[in-house]
Design a protein around this ligand. Sequence first.
Ligand code: NAD
Length: 440
Amino acid sequence: MRVAMIGTGYVGLVSGACFADFGHVVTCIDKDPSKIERLNGGEIPIYEPGLDDLVATNVREGRLSFTLDGAEAIRNADAVFIAVGTPTRRGDGHADLSYVYAAAEEIAGLIEGFTVVVTKSTVPVGTGDEVEAIIRKANPNADFAVVSNPEFLREGAAIGDFKRPDRVVIGVNDIDNDVGQRARTVMGELYRPLNLNESPLLFVGRRTSELIKYAANAFLAMKITFINEMADLCEAVGADVQQVARGIGLDKRIGSKFLHAGPGYGGSCFPKDTIALVRTAQQYGAPVRLIETTVEVNDARKKAMAGRVETTLGDSVAGKTVALLGLTFKPNTDDMRDAPSLDIAPALIAAGAKVQAFDPEGMHEAAKLLDGVEMKANAYDAVTGADAVVIVTEWDQFRALDLDRVKGLMNQPVLVDLRNVYRSEDMLKRGFKYSSIGRG
Ligand code: NAD
């Protein structure tokens, strides 16, 4: 199959490279000249484990290419994917669909032969209808179908998630007529290599597919928020949230994933998708109050995290040096979108602290977003002279720090572990003032 992928970001680049690896011929298109230039020069513009090798192999074997001008690729494509960003629209919390609609306009004039236009971006219910209307209006004779195929990959584990997904959701309308059948055949063919892993392809209606993506993210965000509130309760009553999580997670109806208490969820998806779902639900007069509360609780939690430094220090941070270990919203990515560090660092600076930080992959992006934070070359440089160290992101290298060395480099040994990486007893034995999340 011939695939055109519009948008070569975290989702478009991974999806494009994986489809190429399945044997399809893929052209990744982006309007950002520096991104395309870097990709054509053999450089990967994002950090995602394994992606460099996957891209290099498929470029070498002639199945994957990158371009600023997608016209030819779109004309020749069996499937054109839209994988552009859908950030929160300023002011009202709805998803900003301007990039999706712009892509639809670009596709419209170029369609030749039967083409499946696939929305891979996370888009609110009804967006597929609008994409179809845009194309139909601009090119009334075009032979095409608009399909929803939301992406569930996780940054940091994206290739494995794409190649061995729990399921692939495909939303096709008019499945009983000829257009729907042809669209289904193309989508089935694209994902056929997954048959080997027995990953289910779930064919549903287009609106249902669009909603599945939001429902999944909202549920996961709610699960994290639930355990975060349990963590606060554990602290109040002297219980241990990790044991609570294990105790409930072993129940198969609950499941053990996404029960790690922490500083509140961030990232490129949960914050924007929960708010967008809330807005859609309000718009249709069917409010999702659990998710409204989830959004509120999580926002407040991220803002409250800086206060934990003062509580642990037993003093104001004014005039003190605080070291942040980890800045990205989770390990194994350079993605800084809505990361908890973006709340924590400014709050500490506003309270008068000097903040220095280290992140293995995120500092380039973080430096643009965190004014006044001094970036250091490694974890030990970051903790040097600090009155408190905060573990914000649980990168592997922060799980096995040389704690005696850390203690020796610090001004005073205070560690705020927002990811429960260390054990309280060990830390106290080593002479640290130590606090973590939900462990009494
Ligand atoms: P991103 O910002 O990393 O990438 C989007 C890319 O699209 C950018 O490179 C941008 O330059 C390009 N672009 C925008 N308009 C374009 C146009 N008209 N033509 C060509 N290129 C264009 O975004 P992302 O993280 O890959 O997310 C894309 C979508 O996938 C979003 O809807 C997101 O919610 C969803 N999603 C993301 C993840 C994730 O983990 N990042 C997971 C699942 C779903």
